[in-house]
Design a protein around this ligand. Structure first.
Ligand code: HEM
Ligand code: HEM
Length: 190
């Protein structure tokens, strides 16, 4: 029998770090990109919706991959409530990773009408953003609120990862890092 999996596989890891990089970029520059559209035309909003859509597509791929390839077990000795908290944070991450792009899409009609029926925003220059229904709901506020919630959750997630690594000194962070990056303990030095 194969040894029990102790690390995330390469696909899960690549998707985790790619989505993390795109998301952090969006959390920092997302608002500016949409505001730049008010003076500078469609390029900046196109970057916003393109990267935002990429996050959505990559997240769906990641979920499908995860369902087929379950993550490694938690390190032995991790308290059940910590495991449950970790799972809850993961579920919330996935809800936000899908919810933020969707509410952004639903916020498009009002944004466009405020911008004088701006046309020409594209996803990677390949096709226009599909028309969204105008639900008459404060979708922009939902989009903004979920982005802020994401910042809070991400802060918690990063602090937890660092605590595991530097305080508990377990393998939680290493499970999400490429094989080369690990402690040298026990390695030959030839
Ligand atoms: C920027 C946005 C980020 C998001 C949305 C995110 C999301 C997630 C999710 C959903 C998981 C569960 C595994 C999976 O579903 O594939 C996970 C695991 C993990 N992430 Fe992140 N992450 C982010 C950034 C980071 C950063 C910056 C660090 C490093 C400090 C980090 C460290 C970890 C570690 C160590 C794990 C494995 C531990 C576990 O299984 O819970 N993540 N992340
Ligand atoms: C994970 C991906 C995304 C993040 C983190 C994100 C983040 C943000 C942020 C922080 C704002 C500024 C909100 C404010 O004014 O305070 C914003 C605005 C906006 N976003 Fe996104 N966004 C994402 C994806 C998308 C997508 C995929 C679309 C459309 C298809 C979109 C459409 C919009 C629109 C239309 C606005 C402006 C709303 C308005 O001013 O009326 N976003 N986004």
């Amino acid at each position: 029998m194969a040894a029990a999996k102790t690390k995330y596989d390469t696909v899960a890891m690549s998707l985790h770090w790619l989505i993390a990089a795109l998301l952090i970029f969006m959390l920092i520059f997302g608002e500016d990109l949409m505001e730049a559209g008010e003076v500078g035309g469609t390029l900046a909003p196109s970057v916003h919706v393109s990267i935002g859509s990429a996050i959505l597509v990559l997240t769906v791929l990641r979920l499908v991959w995860r369902l087929a390839n379950p993550p490694p077990a938690y390190p032995a000795g991790m308290a059940p409530w910590v495991q449950m908290a970790s799972k809850a944070v993961q579920v919330l991450f996935y809800i936000l990773l899908i919810g933020i792009p969707l509410t952004g899409w639903l916020a498009m009609p009002r944004f466009l009408s405020r911008e004088g029926a701006m046309t020409g925003i594209t996803i990677f220059g390949a096709f226009p953003v599909p028309g969204a229904p105008n639900l008459g709901l404060p979708t922009k506020s939902f989009h903004e609120l979920m982005s802020n919630l994401m910042i809070a959750l991400l802060t918690l997630h990063v602090l937890a990862a660092l605590k595991h690594h530097f305080v508990n000194r377990d393998d939680v962070l290493r499970r999400m890092l490429p094989r080369g990056i690990r402690s040298n303990a026990g390695q030959a030095t030839d």
